[in-house]
Design a protein around this ligand. Structure first.
Ligand code: SAM
Length: 395
């Protein structure tokens, strides 16, 4: 990833350059340690650069949390900042390239795209953890009137399937590189035909990491249309019994079970299990009811939060753990005397959000982008507000 190594310099020169800088918007100093952050605005995006001093060379690099998707924007920003500050470069890897960034495809969607997305087809189906994508690609070829949303947390698999989509000229697959357990919440109610969960990781030792859970079942039933199905296929006896127990814990469910059913397409995993003559179970859960629409009134405003003297000292030092979510103010940076940049982790334990919060004398906001609009993030945001305000009132 792009970075520069420069001869150590006094970071206070940034303050002098800020008023006429074409790119730098603020300088923030860590309250603990001697690293610094430079706020930049470039190419229509705002993001952060980090300065890490060392006795031999200072590292000027990108910040992971606010990193823009286009790597060239980062490289240009590093180049401009180093020139505006007149830094002496020791080593650099910011030569501009024309290569396509990974995951750049019209068929790759980010979770936040779903806040406003238009669905090109009436019928939608979802596949969770598509792996090599054999089943997903096959379904899409066979059902051109259906949009298939494939969810996969393993980025190389997502990249490989995106290549296949383009090679095979398919136009009805979207690939999302995100945790399925949180993603389903982004879909409208009663919108899906099928949700496929084929050979999920059994997580025998860490069952809380399993895809199937009571909340996943509830979300699946919400997004499935009446008559739609959640389809689990597994080679694991444990997972099979666990899933049945989960499905039957709901008062009214219609569950169908099959053993060693041959499907028209065999995934890589399935081929391996078949060779070993393992039993394979299918469990279908039918959705029998229409669901109410989602509540979309999620907002991430900081209405009355302003910087007040010594706020940094009043922030909780440890993670605040609540029912189903947490908030952790990880690191604070001071901007001048009356503003704070706080790096914060929050939300679900499995897929936490990482954001910076900019707290100024006139108001506050998430820096660069707001969290994904999920209910767990909304709960965490409310907790953040409470923590920031409660502390102010207690002074
Ligand atoms: C055992 S593989 C099965 C892959 C494929 N379905 C098949 O049958 O060959 C499980 C896949 O699920 C993905 N996965 C695990 N947890 C996930 C989650 N919470 N959301 C999305 N994908 C997940 C893994 O990265 C892995 O590719």
């Amino acid at each position: 990833m792009p970075h520069l190594k420069v001869t150590p310099f006094d970071a206070s020169i940034i303050d002098a350059r800020l008023p006429e800088s074409s790119i730098m918007t603020f300088r923030a100093r860590a309250l603990k340690g001697d690293d610094e952050i430079i706020g930049v605005e470039h190419g229509g995006e705002e993001f952060l650069l980090q300065l890490k001093p060392d006795s031999k060379a200072t590292l000027l690099k990108y910040d992971k949390v606010t990193r823009p998707l286009k790597v060239n924007l980062l490289k240009e920003a590093l180049d401009k900042v180093s020139k505006e500050l007149g830094l002496e470069i020791r080593s650099s890897n910011i030569a501009l390239s024309n290569s396509k960034p990974p995951l750049s495809s019209a068929y790759f969607k980010k979770i936040e795209d779903f806040e406003t997305i238009e669905y090109p087809k009436k019928k939608i189906s979802v596949e969770v953890g598509f792996g090599s994508g054999r089943h997903l690609l096959w379904q899409a070829r066979k059902n051109p009137d259906t949009l298939f949303i494939g969810l996969e947390i393993h980025t190389p698999s997502a990249q490989q399937v995106l290549r296949q989509i383009e090679l095979q000229g398919l136009e009805n697959i979207w690939v999302v590189n995100y945790d399925a357990r949180l993603f389903l919440e982004m879909l409208p109610s009663n919108s899906c035909e099928q949700i496929f969960v084929h050979f999920p990781v059994p997580w025998d030792k860490k069952p809380h990491r399993r895809v199937i859970s009571p909340s996943f079942l509830a979300e699946s039933m919400r997004v499935l249309r009446k008559g739609g199905r959640l389809e689990l296929r597994t080679d694991s006896d444990n997972y099979f019994w666990y899933a049945l127990e989960t499905f039957f814990s709901v008062p009214k469910t219609e569950v169908e079970v099959r053993k060693n059913e041959a499907l028209e397409v065999t995934s890589k995993y399935e081929a391996r299990w078949r060779k070993q003559e393992k039993d394979i179970y299918d469990v279908y859960v039918k959705c029998n009811e229409d669901s109410a629409e989602r509540d979309l009134r999620i907002d991430f405003n900081f209405t009355s939060v302003k910087y007040t003297k010594n706020l940094e000292e009043r922030l909780p030092k440890k993670a605040v753990v609540c029912d189903g979510y947490f908030v952790h103010f990880e690191r604070s940076y001071k901007i001048g005397d009356n503003a704070l940049l706080v790096k914060c982790a929050f939300g679900s334990f499995d897929r936490p959000e990482h954001k910076y919060i900019l707290i100024g004398p006139d108001g506050s906001r998430y820096f660069a982008s707001v969290p994904v609009k999920t209910t767990v993030n909304q709960s965490a945001h409310r907790k953040i507000l409470e923590l920031l305000l409660q502390k102010e009132n207690n002074v």
